[in-house]
Design a protein around this ligand. Structure first.
Ligand code: XMP
Length: 556
């Protein structure tokens, strides 16, 4: 088994991509079920213009999409197999062909659908995307003797090129390719070169461009300007993808779809379900009921904060289901991490179903599914599957709810912007991820009330110090773990024998990989001494310096 496979099998039934997927994960509904998301695409029906990114399997396809959205332009990643009928409703104003691991001469090399060239839309081919364009339009691509990887200096042949509008004649760019262009297709000109690539940028009069380097990565310092030149000078699209516009359009759309129907939403305390619920509430007010299940496995004050925010502050119909005892009872004597997850997931569905039943007829379920989850479970990507889509369980069939997933086309940072636009607190919007099974997977071995109390107190101190030292937002996750080990200590003149608490602090972009955070020694010192002094029954505090892989972020 490769590392990747081991990681996948370990994380089966676990959710890792978006922070409050804990709730969506429990309510996950498999793609082929009869339930249908009401948000097939943001651009649908709204006549919003968009840029399409044809994915050839580059690890950077998502990054291209993020960059374009950052420039306030709506874009979607689509499969190279998409037909014009599939995508014309997205109102495309330009197409980007992503990079990819193939060589155009590979037998199974993905090619560009012909509508791309026939549509007359501006096209930007990046790396493999450029080679594919050259290959399909009659040029020649060949294997370069020297692979070019890393920084290179790009020199323009002439300086009035549209893509480089406002930029100097030379610039630093990031290269990563084996194949290179030998002969241009008819009508194309070479626009720029590097030491290793005599033809590094090409273009023709019909707004078809190819670039051998990666403008989407931070290592190409002027990449943003280059992409924006393509968007605004070649495609002439408007930068109108803003949180405010998104909120207005989405609220309208939800109103139309829900009509007089009744909607439920499971809140977790995380940002995704909070933003999704707030959007729906703004659209249909009291037709929405939010259900919060207190499983007794949350951190100190967490359930109360969710209740105050939604019930008191936002005046949402709110059901606080106090179910701690049920969960703790079910977890008695259970030590296996995956069993814990399964039990908690199943119990969540039971409670949710019971609470929803009390509401009578319900038509819709709101979920905070995000774009990365959609990309992963669709076939838009030809990239190797890096992560399985984690289903923890499904709603009972009898519920037959239609899905409302208003965040289906948003990246996490966009969800946060929308949350702020909707007036949610920074604390809620920038909350670090917290797993659905909660503290149960941070207590190694059996979960008891006593252990939960110890862990809550220790975790509170970790969070307090991390926030006081302004480290919260730069860390992906920070928490305490009750390791299950006991160790000898000394307090005053007495020998003690107490729990060993581990501190876990990691940096990460997406939880797929993570590094242990180099917390300042004085912060660690304060955390350690406060836990030792303020939490009973703890004899020792240790710091976890394992990265992922080989470790996982959580201890179980
Ligand atoms: P690992 O421990 O696999 O965690 O490196 C990656 C991310 O996923 C979160 N996580 C979970 N979230 N249910 C969840 O909702 C789970 O069972 C679960 N297990 C891990 C973890 O907190 C991290 O952000």
């Amino acid at each position: 088994m490769s590392n990747n496979e081991i990681d996948q099998s370990k994380s089966n039934n676990r959710v890792s991509s978006s922070d409050d997927l804990e709730v969506s994960a429990y309510l996950e509904i498999s793609q082929e079920k009869s339930f249908q998301s009401q948000f097939s695409s943001i651009a649908d029906e709204s006549q919003r213009d968009s840029i399409l990114i044809i994915d050839f399997g580059s690890q950077y396809s998502r990054l291209i999409a993020r960059r374009i959205r950052e420039s306030k332009v709506y874009c979607e990643i689509i499969s190279h197999k998409s037909s014009w009928d599939d995508i014309s409703k997205l109102n495309p104003k330009g197409v980007i062909l992503s990079g990819g691991p193939s060589s155009v001469y590979d037998e199974s090399a993905p090619l560009c659908p012909l509508w791309v060239y026939e549509s007359g839309l501006p096209v930007l081919g990046i790396c493999y995307g450029m080679q594919v364009m050259v290959h399909q339009l009659g040029g020649t691509v060949s294997n370069s003797a020297k692979r070019e990887y890393g920084h290179a200096i790009l020199h323009q042949n002439a300086t009035q090129e549209k893509l480089f509008n406002g930029l100097g004649s030379s610039m630093s760019v990031w290269m990563s390719h084996g194949d290179r262009i030998d002969a241009l297709p008819p009508g194309f000109e070479s626009k720029a070169f590097t030491d290793n690539s005599p033809i590094a940028v090409i273009g023709n009069n019909a707004n078809l461009f190819g670039i051998q380097f990666h403008p989407e990565v931070a290592h190409t310092p002027q990449g943003k300007e280059i992409l924006e030149n393509f968007l605004f000078k070649a495609c002439e699209i408007l930068p109108d993808w803003t949180p405010g516009n998104f909120v207005n359009e989405t609220v309208e759309k939800i109103r139309e779809q829900v009509g007089e129907g009744k909607v439920i939403c499971a809140l977790s305390g995380g940002v995704d379900s909070a933003v999704a619920a707030t959007l729906v509430h703004k659209a249909v007010g009291d037709q929405l009921t939010c259900i919060f299940v207190n499983n007794g496995l949350m951190r100190k004050e967490e359930p109360e904060r969710v209740q105050i925010t939604f019930e008191k502050y936002m005046k949402v119909n709110f059901i606080f289901s106090e179910s701690s005892e049920r969960f703790i009872r079910k977890l008695k004597d259970v030590t296996d991490p995956e069993r814990k997850r399964k039990i908690i997931g199943e119990e969540f569905i039971n409670v949710f179903d019971e609470e929803a039943n009390r509401l009578g007829e319900v038509d819709f379920l709101t979920q905070g599914t995000l774009y990365p989850d959609v990309i992963e479970s669709s076939d838009s990507s030809v990239s190797a599957t890096i992560k399985t889509h984690h289903n923890v369980g499904g709603l009972p069939d009898h519920m037959k709810l239609k899905l409302i997933e208003p965040l289906r086309y948003l990246f996490k940072d966009e969800v946060r912007q929308v949350g702020l636009e909707l007036g949610l607190s920074e604390e809620m919007v920038f909350r670090q991820p917290f797993p659905g099974p909660g503290l149960a997977i941070r207590i190694l071995g059996e979960v008891t009330e006593e252990k939960l109390d110890i862990l809550r107190a220790a975790d509170w101190i970790v969070m307090d110090e991390i926030k006081a030292n302004n480290l919260y937002q730069e860390l992906w996750q920070t928490f305490a773990v009750l390791t299950g080990a006991k160790s000898v200590g000394v307090t005053g003149d007495f020998r003690t024998y107490g729990h060993v608490i581990a501190i876990r602090a990691v940096t990460s972009d997406d939880a797929m990989t993570a590094d242990w955070a180099r917390l300042p020694y004085d912060v660690l010192t304060r955390i350690s001494s406060r836990i030792s002094n303020e939490v009973d029954n703890v004899s020792r505090v240790v710091f976890d310096i394992t990265s992922k892989p080989p470790g996982t972020i959580e201890w179980e």
